[in-house]
Ligand binder design. Structure first.
Ligand code: HEM
Length: 531
């Protein structure tokens, strides 16, 4: 118990570190390492001269951890401004030398020019447990298996055709949410809605439907999948001690502490998948994968492809866990941040309302905005893009890892180095963006200053989905999920803060909380009224 408490303290200290905590952290780690008779040799291959510059003040054991506050994306941006050169900086996060990339030019080299060398992932003990030996797409090391898994996902589960085939499912899920809000407005006007719960429920229900088929809402499984997704994301997210003190993580006692929770959640995923797969085997024949234009669920598609791609059942489970974890939280965050920013920028909300409410075919009042209406809504698209610029759901993308030595901007990046791209800093760089910290969707309109900036990985200033070989496989899926929901929320309802806040002219608190994703600290509470 004492050790477990110490571990949790250390986890917290690693992200909320103060100088006193840093000293305690260092002392504790020294003790444990002595006891384990470990020798530290993590940096032997690092020869100083050619490496990117480092901030001063590196401490034994903790490295630069004491310089990284509770918002590492902000700390890294500020440290780079002081100590980085050419957009690169070498930071020792615990025992792990990590290259932090902070300018578009350096990001271009990492994600495109040297992509072939930097497209792997560092090993994560937690991902090994939750993702079946990291045999999903996102955590698989670069190589043959990753190529196969990625092809299965991009060609069959998340292809534009497949995403399009899910449009009626999306519309139906949105209509359920709209009906629920209308009902609340009619029966209890003035009710304060927990938008975080509502929007999280929508993305989770739709992803569940896409992955498993419709029947799982009725069986209540969507709630269990959502819960497991949240636990897994919290285990994988942020700065995990085991990732940054790998030798420590190899100690038996730490392995048990760190891994116990991951094993628990992994067993629950596994039990659920075993039940599911045997139900599928009993009730239906897997169909042929060339039927993907019918709105088939991902489980059926994967089962039909299993032999052709040589996938084991565990591979299928790993890919399914990946789909849940990658899709639910990220899409929800974009929706929640969009609504929060619109509430703080009422003139933008009014402009968006005008567009959405006049863009239906013939401008008639309709029951639902349908996906075919969305092409007439450039301001809606610009609003979502701007929400992702100011609040990228994955501020550091996923960590990259060099499989070979390479040079970036004249600096050596040795083989086996962890590389973090600070996508948050790129998207807020004042030398690239006018009024970089402000929410200004107009910048992305046809006549706007940044009209030509897209988010499909071609422009290194703006890479919310990453770029190059490891670019997000689900960008189309995500955008489709977000657009139809936001359009309908804006079309059907007027929105206000709860009355006392509204009267006081209060703003929505936009503080965020760092993890693998950048979440809002506070839940979003709003009062709808039917338009
Ligand atoms: C707004 C929503 C989303 C955002 C912002 C986002 C962002 C990202 C980012 C930053 C990466 C890592 C890129 C890199 O390492 O360079 C990634 C990877 C990935 N994403 Fe997404 N994502 C979103 C939604 C989705 C959805 C809906 C799915 C699937 C249904 C998905 C599936 C994946 C997969 C499979 C990978 C791993 C790609 C690889 O390593 O080859 N994502 N995503």
């Amino acid at each position: 118990m004492a050790l477990e408490a110490a571990y949790h303290y250390l986890q917290l200290a690693a992200v909320h570190v103060t100088s006193t905590q840093a000293i305690l952290l260092a002392a504790f780690l020294l003790l444990v390492i002595r006891l384990a008779r470990l020798k530290t040799s993590a940096q032997t291959e690092w020869k100083k001269q050619q490496l990117p510059p480092s901030p001063p003040g590196k401490l034994p054991i903790v490295g630069h951890l004491h310089l990284i506050g509770s918002h590492p994306h902000v700390s890294f941006r500020d440290l780079d401004a002081k100590y980085g050169r050419n957009g690169l900086m070498l930071v020792h996060v615990g025992a792990v030398p990590t290259i932090v990339v902070s300018t578009p030019q350096a990001a271009e080299v990492v994600l495109r020019t040297q992509d072939h060398v930097l497209a792997s992932r560092p090993r994560s003990p937690v991902a090994d447990i939750i993702r079946y030996g990291s045999t999903d797409v996102a955590f698989a090391p670069y190589g043959d298996y990753w190529r196969v898994a990625r092809k299965v996902v991009t060609s069959h589960l998340l292809s534009p055709k497949m995403v399009f085939s899910k449009r009626r499912d999306r519309e139906e899920e949105v209509s359920l949410v709209v009906a629920k809000i209308k009902d609340i407005c009619a029966t209890a006007p003035g009710t304060v809605l927990d938008m975080s719960e509502l929007l999280g429920g929508y993305t989770s229900d739709f992803v569940c439907r896409a992955v498993l088929g419709e029947s799982h809402r009725k069986a209540g499984r969507n709630k269990v999948f959502r819960e497991l997704t949240e636990i897994s994301a919290s285990l994988l997210g942020g700065f995990n001690l085991e990732d940054y003190f790998p030798r420590l993580a190899n100690l038996d006692v730490f392995l048990r502490l760190i891994c116990a929770k991951a094993k628990g959640v992994s067993q629950r995923w596994d039990k659920l998948f075993n039940e599911l797969l045997s139900e599928y085997a009993r009730t239906s024949q897997p169909s042929l994968h060339n039927n993907e234009d019918s709105s088939e669920d991902f489980v059926h598609v994967l089962l039909s492809l299993q032999k052709e791609y040589g996938l084991t059942t565990d591979n299928i489970k790993a890919i399914l866990v990946n789909m849940f974890e990658a899709a639910i939280e990220t899409s929800f965050l974009v929706l929640e941040y969009s609504m929060a920013e619109l509430m703080n920028n009422r003139h933008i909300l009014a402009k968006l309302q005008k567009e959405v409410r006049t863009s239906t075919s013939n401008g008639r009042k309709v029951d639902m905005i349908m996906e075919e209406d969305l092409s007439r809504m450039p301001y809606l698209k610009a609003t979502i893009k701007e929400a992702m610029r100011v609040h990228p759901p994955a501020p550091f993308l996923l960590p990259h890892f060099s499989t070979d030595a390479c040079k970036i901007n004249g600096y050596l990046i040795p083989a086996g180095t962890r590389v973090i791209v600070n996508a948050w800093a790129l998207a807020r760089d004042p030398s690239c963006w006018e009024r970089a910290d402000e929410f200004l969707p107009d910048r992305f309109l046809e006549d706007g200053r940044d009209a030509e900036v897209d988010m499909n990985g071609k422009d290194p200033r703006f890479v919310p989905f990453g770029a190059g070989r490891r670019i997000c496989a689900g960008a189309n899926f995500a955008i489709a999920t977000v657009e139809i929901m936001l359009a309908n929320l804006i079309y059907h309802f007027d929105w206000k803060l709860q009355s006392d806040l509204e009267a006081a002219g209060a703003k929505v608190d936009m503080s965020d909380q760092f993890g693998m994703t950048l979440r809002r600290k506070e839940k979003l509470h709003l009062v709808p009224s039917i338009f």
